[in-house]
Design a protein around this ligand. Structure first.
Ligand SMILES: [Cu+2]
Length: 261
């Protein structure tokens, strides 16, 4: 007897995404949970623009070659002008709404409360990353305490008990498969925090704390870039993101905490 099994339902989104992924495409590797939906949206926009470009030129050619009717009826104007215009407007509104939703998914909708908290600070010309430590609370910082020469590039206030277990690193290390909530700061001018493989790009602005959250999925080492021309050393303002399997990450952070003075 043949067992009756229902085929697993495939979402149209996943199907399209798989289809496009097999096409030659010069985007970097996609290593975050939200990346495939962004890539798919980019593909849809490009293919729709390409299709409309071809269609518009075809219609222009037909218009040039066909004899014009003397008095187009109201009905005909609706059919060839107003209805296609309304359809186009609906299409672009739908694309814009979807783009807004994708943008909001990493920014305006808050991160999961269990997300790993990491503070990212951009300054001429380096990135620093701070983990809150076992108390899960960042210590306060004071601008007058900022001194890279004295080993305190972020100006962490040692009199705040929350600051004692804060861990400051020059590379961003994250566990794969866990959401991370980044809070971006800039100490001097605007810097652009970007990790192409994580499909992340967000300005860090002096005086503001900007949250962006995402889930890295593939262990590996990825380049963190600055995408704002922030001064003469802008070209060398980069760092590494290392995504580790969760057990390796736990070991890494435990070793770092132990090595704290
Ligand atoms: Cu910069």
């Amino acid at each position: 007897m043949i067992p009756l099994t229902m085929p697993h339902p495939v979402a149209p989104h996943a199907l399209l995404s798989g289809l496009f992924r097999n096409l030659p495409w010069p985007l970097p590797q996609d290593a975050s949970a939200h990346g495939p939906a962004l890539d798919l949206h980019l593909f849809l926009n490009l293919w729709i623009a390409l299709g409309l470009f071809a269609l518009a030129h075809l219609l222009l050619l037909i218009g040039l070659l066909r004899r014009r009717s003397p008095e187009p009826s109201e009905d005909r104007i609706w059919r060839i002008e107003y209805l296609p215009l309304a359809a186009l407007a609906l299409l672009f509104i739908a694309l814009a709404v979807q783009a807004e939703r994708l943008w909001a998914a990493t920014r305006y909708t808050g991160a999961d409360p269990a997300a790993l908290q990491v503070e990212v600070t951009g300054m001429q010309f380096a990135w620093y990353f701070r983990y809150p430590g076992t108390d899960a609370t960042f210590g306060t910082t004071q601008p007058q305490l900022v001194s890279a020469a004295e080993g305190n590039p972020l100006g962490i206030d040692p009199s705040d008990p929350h600051s004692h277990d804060d861990l400051v690193t020059s590379e961003l290390v994250l566990p794969a498969g866990r959401e991370v909530d980044l809070r971006l700061h800039a100490q001097d001018v605007i810097h652009g925090f970007a990790i192409p493989e994580m499909r992340l790009k967000q300005n860090a602005v002096p005086g503001q704390t900007i949250h962006i959250h995402f889930t890295p999925t593939q262990p590996g080492t990825y380049a963190i870039l600055c995408t704002q021309l922030c001064g003469l050393g802008h070209y060398r303002m980069n760092a590494n993101l290392r995504v580790l399997p969760p057990a390796d990450f736990a070991q890494w952070i435990a070793e770092k905490e132990k090595a704290q003075p």
